[in-house]
Design a protein around this ligand. Structure first.
Ligand code: HEC
Length: 136
């Protein structure tokens, strides 16, 4: 009897834990205005290699949308994507933009991948970005 009780409690804790885990990993948030700002910076710093449609660039720039993006980033969180981009892009000036600009550009890329906009801007804080999953 006591044992059954413990199992029930353990089961409930598992359910609670998984509920909490899913509640803690919402999708990315960004606003349409932020994506628009991001597009301007993207045109300036990224478009030559990644293209006006995110997948039609020159100079070996990988596609930033579609199945390519999904395969590379679809199981990650925004923090991983932010970290990669801020550490490596643009290749001739990695880390050369400020964090807010990187966040704005990511908002534009997320928009181009069909993530829905919301009322909150995408932050540039690594911890907050890690809590936003790209999986959907
Ligand atoms: C000089 C050309 C060039 C510019 C400018 C450039 N990139 Fe890239 N980017 C590349 C290349 C080449 C790769 C592939 C690198 C690799 O696979 O190792 C890449 C890869 C990426 C990836 C990973 C794509 C994937 O899933 O494989 C992202 C995201 C990205 N770039 C974002 C940006 C952003 C944002 C900017 C502007 C701030 C930018 N890039 C500017 C050339 C460029």
């Amino acid at each position: 009897m006591q044992r059954a009780g413990i199992q029930v409690i353990a089961g409930m804790l598992c359910i609670l834990a998984s509920l909490e885990a899913s509640a803690q990993t919402p999708g990315p948030s960004y606003t349409p205005a932020q994506a628009e700002r991001g597009q301007a910076s993207y045109v300036h710093s990224c478009q030559v290699c990644h293209g006006s449609a995110l997948d039609n660039g020159d100079f070996g720039g990988a596609p930033l949308n579609g199945s390519w993006f999904r395969e590379h980033w679809g199981k990650s969180d925004v923090g991983a994507l932010f970290g990669y981009v801020a550490a490596t892009m643009p290749p001739d000036n990695p880390g050369g933009l400020n964090d807010t600009t990187y966040a704005d550009i990511l908002a534009f890329i997320l928009q181009g991948n069909g993530y829905p906009p919301g009322g909150q801007e995408l932050p540039s804080d690594p911890g907050a970005l890690q809590r936003m999953t790209l999986s959907r």
